[in-house]
Design a protein around this ligand. Structure first.
Ligand code: ADP
Ligand code: NI
Length: 218
């Protein structure tokens, strides 16, 4: 496949995803996808991987999130496959992309990751980096507000989720989400490049939480 052809496929996919996602709840909108795409290519610059697969998987990774599709974990891969079929991408390549889209999402603090390809690891790292740091904090409170959750309740302790259902079904305060997911992400990065960026974002979240509790308890 020529480079020009790849760029055209990516441009078409950008228009499709942007139209579908612009203006969604701000944790899952087009700007998140754009950041994940850019970050995936930045990581790939250091780690390698097939750039078409990485770009397509990053652009399509939240196209039909299970949280907004009645918990259907295959909705994302199916939607990605349908789109890639429409633009006539080689079915073998489409399958690799759909597989990444199905596996990318965080399933709970006690649940293992099942990503096996380098391309999938890179996109998952990029997606998780966007849940950390200043933007990650903003996204967590935005999502919590969208779900009408309170910010914090000192009497409700964080949980370790042994099943995906327990993770997806809980309605804990947003501060708990830091302990149930966001602070665990640093140690779940696949690539060395992402791990370095995660260290900095992790440290920032720790400083943020210290300040939050200081203000709460004063
Ligand atoms: P992933 O893309 O890793 O699957 P999610 O789709 O679960 O991540 O989450 C998307 C964004 O919404 C992230 O920034 C995440 O931290 C946030 N989020 C998900 N669940 C919660 C929750 N229970 N409370 C606050 N924020 C949440
Ligand atoms: Ni995402």
């Amino acid at each position: 496949m020529t480079a020009l052809k790849e760029d055209q496929l990516i441009d078409k996919t950008i228009s499709f995803v942007r139209m579908r996602m612009e203006g969604l709840e701000s944790g899952h909108d087009w700007s998140h996808v754009q950041r994940v795409w850019k970050m995936s290519l930045k990581i790939a610059g250091q780690e390698g991987g097939d750039r078409l697969v990485i770009s397509m998987a990053a652009l399509l990774h939240d196209i039909a999130d299970h949280k907004f599709h009645h918990g259907d974990l295959k909705a994302g891969g199916d939607a990605a496959r349908r789109w890639l079929n429409e633009i006539n991408l080689d079915p073998g390549i489409s399958e690799r992309i759909a597989d990444i889209v199905n596996k990318v999402s965080f399933k709970g603090s006690g649940m293992r990751d099942e990503m096996d390809s380098l391309e999938g690891k890179i996109v998952q790292d990029a997606d998780r980096l966007d849940a950390m740091g200043a933007i990650g904090i903003a996204r967590a409170f935005s999502y919590g507000g969208f779900k009408k959750r309170i910010m914090y309740d000192p009497t409700i302790p964080p949980l370790v989720h042994d099943t995906f259902e327990a993770y997806a079904g809980n309605s804990n305060p947003t501060i708990n989400h830091f302990y149930e997911k966001l602070l665990l992400l640093k140690d779940r990065m696949h690539t060395a490049t992402a791990r370095r960026i995660a260290e900095e974002r992790h440290a920032f979240m720790e400083v943020y939480l210290e300040q939050f509790f200081r203000e709460w308890e004063m």
